[in-house]
Write a protein that binds this ligand. Structure first.
Ligand code: HEC
Ligand code: HEC
Length: 224
């Protein structure tokens, strides 16, 4: 048991700290609640700012704009952070349109927006199950087995067999808009999206027809 005087001085320290906190943050600004992501606040911003491009629930119907619903909160926060980085940042993700919006929103709202979109029902497939076109067949082969002679690993290893993604930083891609998937593989390959070394290394080895084939196959996947 601690001696009395130690306890008393500990009590005094706590009191002093509380007093300082009270002076430094008056009017109830000190709450642990404030640190917790607030999906209601995210929902409000989503309706006011993001909805025209991503839909209010994140299930975008515009092929160039990604669906966000059901992505993990960690992945969404990371993308908003990376998109807001200045051009030339070696860990950033450049996009004129989304870069402007990511820079505009308060960094404190990133977790709120992520809390909203990540808890919406995961997005449904963009297109019906991929028909067995030669392109989709090539896409399927690379998705499942990679391209061993070019040291391209199977996409399924990180994005899941049907593209549902793996928690927390491997995004859901099954059923994502094909046009968007194609644009991202180009962005990784051409170096405007530098926020993940593994993806850059993979996309770097893919040809245009392989990227097209993968985009077609991925957009037709039906994750559970
Ligand atoms: C004017 C249209 C527009 C608006 C408004 C907009 N976005 Fe975007 N967003 C885009 C586009 C286009 C992309 C794809 C960028 C790229 O190609 O890298 C994107 C990408 C994203 C991504 C990355 C998704 C992924 O799968 O990696 C997130 C997260 C995102 N937006 C969140 C938001 C949020 C949150 C808002 C509202 C505060 C918002 N966006 C407003 C057009 C928009
Ligand atoms: C070693 C693990 C790994 C493998 C293998 C992999 N990926 Fe990825 N992929 C990732 C990670 C991690 C991200 C998210 C990067 C970030 O933080 O922005 C990603 C992002 C993506 C995105 C962007 C998604 C979005 O919403 O913006 C696409 C598209 C994608 N990968 C397609 C593929 C395809 C196609 C293959 C197979 C040729 C593949 N990936 C193989 C790890 C992997």
């Amino acid at each position: 048991m601690a001696p009395r005087n130690t306890r008393r001085s500990l009590f005094g320290t706590v009191l002093a700290a509380a007093a300082i906190a009270f002076i430094a943050y008056p009017a109830g600004a000190v709450t642990t609640q404030a640190d917790r992501p607030d999906p209601a606040k995210g929902k409000k911003i989503a309706a006011e700012v993001c909805a025209p491009c991503h839909n209010a629930d994140g299930n975008s119907v515009i092929p160039s704009n990604p669906k966000l619903s059901g992505q993990t909160a960690e992945y969404i926060v990371k993308q908003l952070t990376d998109l807001a980085k200045p051009p030339g940042d070696k860990t950033g993700r450049e996009n004129a349109v989304m870069g402007a919006f990511a820079s505009m929103i308060d960094p404190a709202d990133r977790p709120n927006l992520a809390a909203w979109f990540s808890t919406q029902p995961p997005f449904p497939p963009a297109s019906p199950a991929a028909a067995a076109t030669p392109e989709a067949t090539l896409g399927q082969r690379i998705y499942r087995a990679g391209i061993p002679e070019k040291a391209v690993p199977a996409c399924a290893g990180c994005h899941g067999p049907a593209g549902a993604g793996l928690p927390v930083l491997y995004p859901r891609i099954g059923g994502q808009h094909g046009e968007y998937v194609e644009a991202q593989l180009h962005a990784f390959r051409e170096g405007t999206r530098r926020n993940n070394e593994a993806m850059w290394n993979i996309a770097f080895r893919l040809s245009d027809p392989e990227i097209k084939a993968l985009a077609e196959y991925v957009s037709g996947l039906h994750p559970q």
